[in-house]
Design a binder for this molecule. Structure first.
Ligand code: CAA
Length: 559
């Protein structure tokens, strides 16, 4: 094996580089600033056939090899890491499992659109309690005869909500641990399948990332992918290939930063000569070039092994781990060469510096890659006992009462909640100023994105008034929607609440928010999504629409 691209590969590289330079580069700053998905560029990539590169022509693919796909991700990422991962998540995470494990009917139904790029694909594995420990999935799929009933939440899903087709992992038999997990093809638009907020990320901001919410989604029996209980292995095998894509992404980000720094070092003069004549800078460039070459060999060799149907799990993990580790070092050195100029917004190295970090985290942290490599070398460590997939996890806010009022009319649910609150040691009569600092407040009514339009803040204010409480919010409501000042958002990076009563309205319960209310005596949640994580972290809750519940609750409390 030479790990050597052919002339055809280099021609493809030239074509993609030309496209990325001409079509993506001019708008990278805008995409990054606005957290914007490059829809026009994705349409152009679709027309070029790049969404079906390493798949057989029989289903509408380009019939190229895995190395071609890796080069495509590398070249897009050289200009914009976010655009690179759109292609990577579509190809190796969302489409490949259908190609590799689908029945002929499934392949004929889904692949032509996916390989032509008419539809975008994504992969739903990660959950709040199943990140690195992917086997801890709590999403369930219950056999109901002609369909499976899917319930649960997936977080950090690349390409959501833009994608149309999702490969989703859910437990079909919790007693069997990872062997009770199955894979399903879930389509956007299925009743009960909704999306959470588009995350505001440090980097790769042109790539769309959102939560998937499944509330009694009826997934037809024929959408089971692979055998029942084979899902975890499908996920692991898919990630083996996905890791080549992320390795290629890291390689591309590093290559782009290196080239920019090299050019800058030749032009920028200090002490009467270009920076490139200073040995301190020369040594940096030499190290960067060497790391790039080593990373490229690892990435291309893993791609070649996969193409040759040789075992490649260990080599893909090595490529992902090494390429992303050195990517961080290379973007750091590149920014250092740019000095203060590189630290400014709008500079490509500044964006590359931020884009790079995710490559050591997603598709398995680099710690998990080391676990995979070590277990390939040493064999799998013995496990103490089979782990049930759905073992009850302690909620982030500690032990809570979890009395959720979901049945009956809105008025009945409100009455039940008010009765319950009367039994708690909370002074409902005491009035505190709405602007009391969160950390000092005894009672807080907080708004999440689920309240909808800004005019609905009036509902929150009225409720806070009736309760004599201060007003708080989730981070997006303060930072993105700007409904309240920044000093009123509650969470890990915001204010911590440790008072008597916290009423979360339209707050789904992301980990960052829950970490800010761990010390609250009583937590109440109002949300229309019965699967929202806030409920398992609350003492009391009402499943219902805030626009209906808040006025009734305000009236009941006034009485
Ligand atoms: N291929 C096929 N099967 C595999 C496999 C592989 N590469 N690796 C493991 N398996 C099988 C094992 O043989 C075992 O089978 P049996 O039940 O028959 O024995 C089964 O899967 C369970 O294996 P383990 O006992 O090793 O599983 P584990 O619970 O210890 O987990 C792990 C292993 C490597 C830590 C795994 O959980 C893991 O990879 N975690 C990281 C998850 C991850 O990468 N998440 C990324 C999410 S996607 C993403 O990030 C996308 C994005 O945004 C772009």
């Amino acid at each position: 094996m030479l790990y050597q691209p052919t002339e055809k590969h280099e021609k493809l590289r030239d074509e993609i580089r030309e496209f990325a330079e001409a079509e993506v580069k001019p708008i990278t700053f805008q995409l990054d600033q606005n957290n914007e998905f490059p829809m026009d560029q994705v349409q152009a990539m679709k027309r070029k056939g790049w969404f079906g590169l390493p798949f057989s022509e029989e289903y509408g693919g380009q019939g190229e090899d895995i190395l071609s796909y890796a080069i495509a991700v590398e070249e897009l990422s050289r200009v914009d890491g976010g655009t690179g991962v759109i292609l990577s998540a579509h190809t190796s995470l969302g489409t490949w499992p259908i190609y590799a494990f689908g029945t002929e009917e499934q392949k004929k139904k889904y692949l032509p659109d996916l390989l032509k790029g008419e539809k975008l694909a994504a992969f739903g594995l990660t959950e709040p309690n199943a990140g690195s420990d992917a086997g801890g999935t709590q999403t369930t799929a219950v056999d109901k005869g002609d369909h499976y009933l899917l319930n649960g939440n997936k977080i950090f899903i690349t390409n959501a909500p833009k994608a149309d087709t999702y490969v989703v992992f859910a437990s079909t038999d919790p007693s069997k641990g990872t062997r009770g997990i199955s894979a399903f093809i879930v389509e956007k638009g299925m009743e009960g399948f909704e999306f959470g907020e588009h995350y505001d990320k440090l980097g790769i901001r042109s790539s769309s990332t959102a939560e998937l919410k499944f509330n009694n989604v009826k997934v037809p029996k024929e959408n089971l992918l692979g055998e029942l209980g084979q899902g975890f292995k499908i996920a692991m095998a898919t990630l083996d290939g996905g890791r080549i894509g992320i390795a290629a992404q890291a390689l591309g980000i590093a290559q782009g930063a290196y080239e920019a720094a090299l050019e800058y070092a030749k032009e920028r003069e200090q002490f009467g000569a270009p920076l490139s004549q200073l040995q301190a800078i020369q040594f940096k460039l030499a190290d960067m070039a060497t790391k790039l070459r080593a990373a490229r060999m690892l990435v291309y060799s893993a791609a070649e092994l996969k193409e040759a149907h040789e075992p490649y799990s260990k080599e893909a993990a090595m490529a992902k781990m090494y390429a992303s580790d050195v990517c961080l070092e290379i973007v750091n050195d590149a920014l250092q060469i740019f000095g203060g100029n590189g630290y400014l917004k709008g500079m490509d190295v500044e964006r590359a510096y931020r884009d790079a970090k995710i490559t050591t985290i997603y598709e398995g942290t680099n710690e998990i890659q080391r676990v995979v490599i070590a277990s390939n070398i040493l064999g799998k460590p013995k496990k103490k006992e089979a782990k049930p997939a759905q073992q009850k996890k302690q909620p982030l806010t500690g032990e809570r009462k979890n009395k959720i009022f979901a049945e009956g009319s809105a008025q009945e649910k409100v009455d039940q909640l008010v009765d319950a609150l009367k039994g708690e040691d909370i002074d409902l009569e005491e009035v505190i100023d709405v602007e009391t600092p969160i950390a000092e407040a005894k009672k807080v009514v907080a708004a999440g994105k689920g309240i909808g339009e800004k005019e609905n803040m009036k509902l929150i204010e009225d409720l806070a008034d009736a309760l004599g409480a201060a007003i708080g919010s989730s981070r997006p409501v303060a930072e993105v929607m700007q409904y309240v000042p920044l000093n009123r958002f509650v969470g890990l990076s915001g204010q911590k609440f440790g008072g008597d009563l916290y009423v979360a309205c339209g707050i789904s319960g992301a980990m960052q928010h829950l970490r800010g209310i761990q010390d609250a005596d009583v937590i109440v949640a109002i949300n229309n999504d019965p699967n929202a994580p806030i409920f398992e972290n609350a003492d009391y809750g009402i499943v219902g629409d805030i626009e209906e519940i808040a006025p009734l609750l305000t009236e009941a409390l006034k009485k």
